[in-house]
Every structure is written in C-alpha cells, then in structure tokens.
Write a protein that binds this ligand. Structure first.
Ligand code: NAD
Length: 261
C-alpha cells in the first residue's frame, strides 16, 4: 500500500532531506511540498504540488500524512489545519513551550499525531538504556549533559537534551526544578539534586549529545553523534508509515513505534 506524504518547511534543512528521501522510497509518495511563498522557487521539481497553502493541499489529499519540521508557532498552526482536515501528522519541531505541547496533546485526541524531539534510532535506544545506568551506578554519580549544534539552530537547549534530562531526572527521582540550564556567576557547590545541561553552537554540527556520569575516582561519558540529517529524516518517514494505521487518542512518540515492532 502506497502511503502519501505532505512535507511542510520543504526548503529547510530537515524538510528538504525528508523530501529527497521520500522521492527515493517506493512505499511512500510525496504529494505536496509546502514552503513560505518566497522560497517556493527553491523547491520546484520536488513534486507536482508546490504550495504555501497547507490547508488547500491537505484538503485535497486527506489520507496523506503531514510531516512537519518547522518552527513552534508554524507547527501549532499546521496542527490546527491537520485537525480541521483530519490528516495524520508527524512532527519533529523542537523548542515548543508547555502551552504548545498541551495543544499537541489535545489535538492528538482528534487526529493520529506523532511527535519526537529526536527521530534517530541511536538516541531512542539511549533513552531506553539510561535509566538502567542510573539504577546500576547509584546515588554517588552526578549526571550532566552537553549538546553541540550548528550555528543556525534557533532553540536551546536542544529538544533532545531536554528529553535526555527529563528521562535522567525521572530515573534519579529528582524534582522538576533539578534540571539546570547553563551556569554562571557565584553558583556555589553543586547540589546533589541537579542535572546540568550546557549548549554549544557553531559551524555545521548536525547534533552531538554527551551524558556524563561523574563518580568517585572515575567518570563515564556516553556520546551520540549524528553524522547526517538522514538519520532523523529516515525516522520521520518510518513514523509516517507507522502513524497511518493508528487511531487518535494519545500523542505518539518513538517509544510507541519501537514497542510496536
Ligand atoms: P530550517 O530553518 O532549515 O527549516 C525550517 C523551514 O520551515 C524553512 O525552510 C522555513 O522557510 C520553513 N517555514 C517557516 N515558516 C513556514 C510556513 N509558515 N509555511 C511553510 N514553511 C515554513 O530548520 P531545520 O534545521 O530543518 O529544523 C526544523 C526543526 O526541526 C527545528 O525545530 C529543529 O530543532 C527540528 N529538528 C528535529 C529533529 C528531530 O529528529 N526531531 C532533527 C533535526 C531538527
């Protein structure tokens, strides 16, 4: 069965990678590429329907999965459209605030909706294994996270670093306030209940995340490096193929997809 996709932000770093990979995949067909009006020229030739009007294209292809890697406010508008046209949707946009995440949770009750701040297999395996590390290392080990991304990235910390910190915080049994983004000034000794997250930006780094476990007389560093955006794009395409058969009801994540294989 061929699956149909509409990609928003099709001229973007992620959007263009996803469109190109879809065009090489016989099981999924790109029926629409959406971009801001001024960039439509850049995406000419990707597919027959090039437009800046998602609503019009989604209404025409109501069985198509909308794949969205844009900006939080754009994503929210696109979800509103998907709810009105009843298209399933896969979202990779990061930097959404609590209100916007709440909006996604509500929309997920009406349409099949998938969101993951990192679509790579490696990061999602790591997310599954980290609680085991925390459990085995015990209380003596302090956990810190650093992330590096290209200079054009708009949000900080990365959605992946936030997710890693949340998973580690849960495993440690710490309060929500334990996550500390950046340190500066006379900060005093590091409290026991703390997970620091630091962001570096520069060059063309696709995405590096390191988790440190600092213990007495030793430390463990676990690093994930994304070499290319294809790893995220393949994850998004896999999610698009998976979500078409799902019912609305919950905001699906990579964990649901992996548990379903
Ligand atoms: P980008 O700036 O290269 O691309 C965004 C695109 O959206 C741009 O081409 C822009 O013109 C387009 N756009 C903006 N407003 C629009 C509108 N109203 N209609 C149509 N198109 C519009 O950004 P990027 O590097 O591709 O990243 C996009 C998002 O994906 C970011 O939030 C990033 O953090 C996230 N991301 C997620 C993953 C993941 O695995 N989940 C991986 C990489 C990046």
């Amino acid at each position: 069965m061929t699956i149909y996709a509409i990609v928003t932000g099709a001229a973007g770093r992620m959007g263009s990678t996803i469109c190109n990979l879809i065009n090489l995949d016989k099981d999924i067909e790109l029926v629409g590429a959406i971009e801001k009006h001024e960039y439509l020229e850049k995406i000419k030739g990707l597919t027959d329907t090039i437009s800046s009007d998602l609503k019009e294209v989604a209404s025409k292809y109501q069985n198509a999965v909308i794949i969205d890697f844009t900006y939080p406010d754009v994503t929210q508008k696109n979800v509103e459209i998907a709810v009105s046209t009843k298209n399933p949707m896969v979202i990779g946009t990061t930097g959404l605030n609590n209100e916007q995440m709440g909006f996604l949770e509500e929309a997920a009750k009406k349409i099949p909706l998938f969101w993951a701040p990192n679509m790579s297999v490696g990061i999602n395996v790591l997310l599954t294994l980290l609680p085991k590390f925390v459990e085995m290392l015990g209380d003596l080990y302090d956990v810190e996270i650093s992330e590096i991304h290209h200079k054009f990235k708009k949000d900080a910390p990365s959605g992946t670093a936030v997710k890693l910190a949340e998973v580690l915080r849960g495993a440690k049994g710490f309060d929500k306030e334990a996550i500390r983004y950046c340190r500066q000034g006379m900060i005093g000794e590091r409290p026991k209940q703390e997970i620091g997250v630091q962001s570096l930006r520069g060059g063309d780094v696709v995405g590096d995340h390191t988790i440190y476990f600092f213990g007495p007389g030793e430390r463990i560093e676990i690093t994930h490096r994304a070499h290319s955006r294809e790893t995220f794009a393949q994850g998004a395409i896999r999610a698009a193929k998976w979500i078409v058969n799902k019912q609305p009801g919950k905001l699906y994540t990579m964990k649901d997809l992996f548990e379903d294989v």
